[in-house]
Design a protein around this ligand. Sequence first.
Ligand SMILES: *[C@@H]1O[C@H](CO)[C@@H](O)[C@H](O)[C@H]1NC(C)=O
Ligand SMILES: *[C@@H]1O[C@H](CO)[C@@H](O)[C@H](O)[C@H]1NC(C)=O
Ligand SMILES: *[C@@H]1O[C@H](CO)[C@@H](O)[C@H](O)[C@H]1NC(C)=O
Length: 181
Amino acid sequence: MANQISNISPKILVFITLISIVFNNYFQPIDAEETGKALIESTCKKTQYPEECISALESNPGSFTANLTGLTRIAVEKSASKLVETLHIVETLVLNATNYLTWGFLVNCRDTYNISVPQIQRGLQAFDQLKFDKSYKSVEAVNNAVIGCDRQGWTLPILTQVNRALFRLTKDTMMILHLLF
Ligand SMILES: *[C@@H]1O[C@H](CO)[C@@H](O)[C@H](O)[C@H]1NC(C)=O
Ligand SMILES: *[C@@H]1O[C@H](CO)[C@@H](O)[C@H](O)[C@H]1NC(C)=O
Ligand SMILES: *[C@@H]1O[C@H](CO)[C@@H](O)[C@H](O)[C@H]1NC(C)=O
């Protein structure tokens, strides 16, 4: 009797192991590999500035468990917070402006960025209503505001720098958003 059990047990064990492997694989989500770091990287590879994209997304811990939709929302959120951050810097530059021309041009940038804030917030609401094209347009508006601010041709190094970061992030966000519609 004891002999029989010890003969059968290994076979049963192997059988149970095989069954559980098949079972586990079957019930794993199809896109299981496509979350976390791998999804962040494969998504950002489709953008123009992958490095900026990766560092923006990875700065939010939620990115590591998000699917593509969740990741895209995080990108829009990041664009919105970068816009507000840039607006605050431009506001300081306006206060610090030492000549009238620079002041006038900075006020222009400040006002267009200020208008863009409620726009991209509506873009986030549109995103939650799955209106990805509307959300895209709100991010595109920010990107255009950056182009407009830069076009003045003034060389304020700090402004050039913050504008570049906002331009790249919004451009990447537009490209990611476009994967959804
Ligand atoms: C993505 O994840 C959200 C929850 O975070 C879920 O509601 C949604 O259905 C998922 N989308 C896809 C395409 O799996
Ligand atoms: C504006 O000026 C203040 C005081 O002179 C200075 O502390 C601040 O760093 C300046 N801000 C910018 C963005 O140049
Ligand atoms: C920025 O926009 C808000 C409305 O979103 C407005 O109340 C505020 O006065 C504006 N600020 C400037 C400096 O234009």
